[in-house]
Ligand binder design. Structure first.
Ligand code: MN
Length: 157
């Protein structure tokens, strides 16, 4: 098991039926600036994928409701943690072919870097430097939704 096993198991990277996504490797060197991005993912249900570079991968959370509202302090969004993605995925945009995991169009909603302020099992505090989202944000563990063990709340402070 590696930090990308779940990501790689869910996708097919070779053959005629392969996905357009990168296979990915765990990044060994730390970026000077930690990568932040949000993908807009037109899958069976439109959602936004928040990704933050941590320990050589992109930790990822799927946000079912529009993230544009998060520019306003106090508005909270449910963010369901998903499998780690490779760091190079931050540049990915394209169409995941039908029949594949996450099939549909993937666009970059926002990108930039972030500064980690504090992190423990229940709370991650960070500053986003994106084009759309900027300022201090938190992810706080919650138990709301269909996947309570993976549920976080994402909001600006
Ligand atoms: Mn997604």
């Amino acid at each position: 098991m590696t930090k990308l096993s779940e990501y790689q198991k869910k996708r097919k990277f070779s053959g005629k039926e392969k996905t357009t996504e990168p296979r990915g490797v765990i990044k060994k060197t730390k970026s000077k600036k930690l990568i932040y991005c949000i993908h807009e993912h037109h899958a069976s249900h439109l959602h936004w994928d928040l990704r933050l570079e941590m320990s050589g991968v992109l930790k990822s959370w799927a946000v079912p409701k529009p993230v544009s509202a998060l520019r306003t302090k106090g508005i909270k969004r449910l963010a369901v943690q998903t499998e780690n993605h490779p760091v190079e995925y931050a540049k990915f945009r394209g169409v995941i072919p039908e029949g594949h995991y996450g099939a549909g169009k993937v666009e970059i909603y926002d990108s930039g870097f972030y500064e980690l302020k504090n992190k423990d099992a229940k709370k991650i505090e960070f500053t986003l430097h994106g084009k759309k989202l900027n300022g201090n944000f938190v992810l706080v563990k919650t138990h709301y939704g269909n996947k309570p063990e993976k549920s976080w709340l994402f909001f600006k402070v």
